[in-house]
Design a protein around this ligand. Structure first.
Ligand code: ADP
Ligand code: MG
Length: 353
């Protein structure tokens, strides 16, 4: 079958929605470019659970977010929250909005889970169900963190292989899907699709400074700006190779890895302070370690100990993700093949990808 024919059929049989089909529930989030609610659908309500959907009412940038979600649904559906439908809604009082609908994946983002004193054991239960009462310890924590990072890299590899860079990877944009018991990426509002040249950053949009890599722009200013027509398809892989824009997401993922290893970096203040220290070390993690380790708190020492397990293989992976130069950072695909993920262990069975 022809791809376009299939897409057309799919469009016909997929449910379509309009404004009046939703009953608004709890507000889940509110940002500069949209508001997110848990919602129920009045359509086919007999077959559906209450509040099983999520609605984002987005500003004009919602058009790009719909594009990205449609693309993900066709190319790498398991990477992101399950997208249902997106449409333009012109009758609202606030002027025109885009409405985006997803399946409600679950109650907690990685940010919520990392706030818990129990982390990472609270995640172990979610991934594995009831866990036998094993003694807590570094090795066990390391296995759980390994699983989370692996699932994250798997989702990112899907996006990057599709040609999409997320640009806003952070624990708040990672949702635990209760259905698949895996972490998925959400919030494609700042994403860029380099294969077709959609690389749109509204000028008001600031990359989250807590997780942003030091390079400010994904495509270097020397390269022509990505054209907005599909003509760019043949050209983009070259630009991709030259600029490695996917490494921006890898840096952010490295910071999440750090936050998981070092509880002190899980708070905003802790992370901001770390970023300041790292900048002073010219973004060199090895230098950072040398400056902080001699007078390290128990918290920091514990983090280094965790990363030093198995001959320091975790530290090795981490330092290959958090580097100043994008081209010196590992890719999601290469990171997944890193020996850090090879060691057999407690959670080996949960590595379902
Ligand atoms: P924002 O632009 O406000 O950051 P997000 O897309 O990140 O919008 O969504 C805001 C919040 O809504 C998320 O942090 C998460 O708590 C919740 N959320 C978004 N999508 C889903 C989903 N598919 N399932 C469950 N919760 C979701
Ligand atoms: Mg968000």
């Amino acid at each position: 079958f022809d791809m376009f024919f299939l897409a057309f059929i799919e469009r016909l049989i997929r449910p379509t929605y309009r404004k009046d089909d939703f009953i608004l529930g709890k507000k889940l989030g509110e940002g500069a470019f949209g508001t997110v609610y848990r919602v129920s659908s009045t359509k086919n309500s007999s077959s559906k659970k209450e509040g099983d959907l999520v609605l984002k009412k987005a500003s004009e940038y919602g058009a790009v977010e719909i594009w990205m979600n449609e693309r993900v649904r066709r190319a790498c559906a398991s990477s992101c929250a399950d997208f249902v439908y997106g449409f333009f809604e012109s009758s609202s009082k606030k002027g025109s909005e885009y409405w985006l609908i997803w399946r409600f994946e679950g109650e907690s983002t990685l940010a919520d889970l990392m706030q818990s004193k129990e982390f990472p054991y609270n995640v172990e239960t979610m991934i594995l169900g009831e866990v036998q009462n094993l003694p807590k310890g570094l090795e066990r924590e390391n296995k759980i963190i390994q699983t989370i990072i692996r699932q994250l890299l798997f989702a990112l590899d899907g996006l990057h292989s599709t040609g999409i860079v997320h640009r806003d990877i952070k624990p708040q944009n990672i949702i635990f899907s209760e259905g698949s018991r895996t972490f998925k990426i959400i919030d494609l509002g700042a994403a860029a699709d380099l294969r077709v040249g959609i690389n749109y950053i509204p000028k008001e949009f600031l990359l989250d400074p807590r997780y942003a890599a030091p390079e400010q722009y994904i495509m270097s200013t020397q390269t022509p700006s990505a054209p907005s027509a599909p003509v760019a398809t043949a050209l983009s892989p070259v630009l991709w190779q030259m600029n490695l824009p996917d490494r921006f997401d890898i840096y952010s993922t490295g910071l999440i890895f750090l936050q998981m290893a070092f509880p002190g970096l899980r708070t905003d203040n802790g992370l901001i302070q770390f970023n300041r220290q790292l900048k002073r070390c010219d973004y060199d993690l090895v230098t950072w370690r040398k400056t902080v380790e001699p007078r390290a708190s128990a918290d920091l020492r514990k983090g280094f100990e965790l990363l030093d397990l198995d001959g320091g293989i975790g530290w090795e992976l981490l330092t290959s993700m958090v580097r100043y130069k994008a081209r010196q950072r590992t890719s999601a695909k290469a990171a997944l093949a890193h020996p850090y993920f090879n060691s057999e262990g407690l959670l080996a069975l949960s590595f379902r990808q």
